[in-house]
Design a protein around this ligand. Sequence first.
Ligand SMILES: [Zn+2]
Length: 689
Amino acid sequence: MRIFLIAVFFISSHFIAAQQTDIIDIKRVEANLDLDFYYKTVDGDLDLEFSILKDTDSIYLDAKNLVEYYASIKGKGIKVGFNEGQLILKHDFKAGKDYKIHLEYIASPDKALYFVDNEGSVQVWTQGQGKYTSNWLPSLDDMNDKIEFDLNISAPSDKVVIANGTLVKKEQANGLTTWKYDMVNPISSYLVALAAGTYKKDIMTTASGVPIELYYYPRDSAKVSATYRYTQQIFDFLEAEIMVPYPWQNYKEVPVKDFLYAGMENASATIFSDNLMVDDTAFIDRNFVNVNAHELAHQWFGDMVTETSGTHHWLQEGFATYYALLAEKSIFGEDYYYWQLYQSAEQLKELSDQGKGEKLLNPKASSLTFYQKGAWALHILREQIGDEPFRMAVQRYLNDHRYKNVSTEDFIASAEAVSGQDLTEFVKDWLNQSAFQATEALESLKKSPFMQEYLRINALRKVPLEQKQEQLMDAVTLPNDYIGQEVVYQLVGEPISQTMEIYERALASNKVMVRQAIALSLEEIPVALKTGFESLLEDESYLTKEQALMKLWFNFPENRPQYLEKTRGIAGFTDKNIETLWLALALATKDFDKSSWQHYYDRLTNYTNPSYSFYIRENAFQYLYQLQLFDAQSLGNLVLGCMHHNWRFAQSCRELLDVLVKDENWKAMLQGLGGLNKKQQEFLDKKLQ
Ligand SMILES: [Zn+2]
């Protein structure tokens, strides 16, 4: 760590009002960042290269969480002030001149850069969008300022460090390794990223010669091939479909623990949730393919051309969703493509029917609108103007605005110019209309023979069982699983005497997803179906296995030990859905493996520990609640969970804590908890009042 001279002075705020982009044009930031794994700080210095457009006595940088700072020009210190998340640098800046400012600082970020304990190994990762990169890297939190960011990152030598651009050099000194990354093209600051942790990687090269690096934890080596399945195919498909070369030097994908979202499209370095790491069995129920394609599509749509403001957010999310769907169509076929469109249309129609439809150009619209309605708009536009004009319009739009910011008008102008069509009606119906164009969408869906067949079966929902039995019987074995699933769902609540034959046929179909629909929807298992239902435990699906185990355990108490023995040792998805359920059932099964009871209990309790993924912890908390088996350790971990950086997980912990404090026993145990820090204790005290 360096010693800092801190210049503190009062700043008049009158000059802050001026538009920074009119005064200064930042070209490049070269940052040397020391990641301090012990203090969880970033010790940085950076060189900022910029031109001055108008004479000024000060410029600012966004800097949200700086502890200390010092700035200089040509080795000479300059006055620095700090005002509401901005560093104000005072100097006699002259128009037309280029400057280089050197800035040294220590940042202690409480968001945007996270240090997390990954089963005993500390990991660092960043999330810029929505969280502000300036929490750890003073810069401009403005999408409209595109800067070439080159990061040199120092971390303990046992860590692998990943950042935007190409790794040009690695230097080792005093147990630290410095990883020097170089970017060629400019990006908005929300797309700057780094990750550091214990990683291995696989390398591949695309058809156009772009290197791809696929990262993974050493413990996940068995999940690499299923997780990253189709990566190169997706890349090659998108590059050919978009007809514009991939915009960066390489592409990297990095799983991290307790991420805030499914994935984030940092330029050339996508970060994604390690919960998406899957093995061959998990792949069937959930996989990385869609997120993989979505974040890759963003490298063009969002990263290379970036929205000027939230009004145009669909240019990022709608495009990424649509192009991911096209990539998936090239892998899984046209039925899959239409099925996904149908499902999103159903959601959009429901919202619209409730009068809650949103314009695509509403900057405050929900994800459903930006992502799904955006994808629908592009699907409809393509049908309207034709495949080739659509592709050429997108190509022209990207080429005209590469490495710049864009608005909806820019895209529409390209589409009109290429197609020769007036798109006023399209803009009105699909971009500016809050209602969803359900009739037009339905007409489009009906172009798919599969959708026609599906809609025919779906329409039987209102028909009494005795009148549709034969049709359902025939439909359950159609080649398409979506139709078979629909048949099974129509049996729910009907008398088993009339549905037995269809269930038997569905089970005999050996279709994993049709059989899964039975595992999900049948609550009371008739004895006649017992053997068939037990066979679901063998299916190559963790969701099916989980549901089958739970339901068999409830329906046939006399066979519980047998079901537990059969499923012993299966972890399930990365969130350990089967293992945590298994432990809970083992603890609740009288006379099952009594000598191991304490061992199972300790294991389930241990899974509430913060070093485990919050997905695992969430499962463990829920089962401990159902068993009413909390202890001081799991309750303490629950309080920690309430302060977690992932809002959704924190929320679920808070809801559970709210329930527990109403119970006198748990309340007493919570009052006696030790080992909490001040913030955690204050939070708990408030809950206990
Ligand atoms: Zn996205």
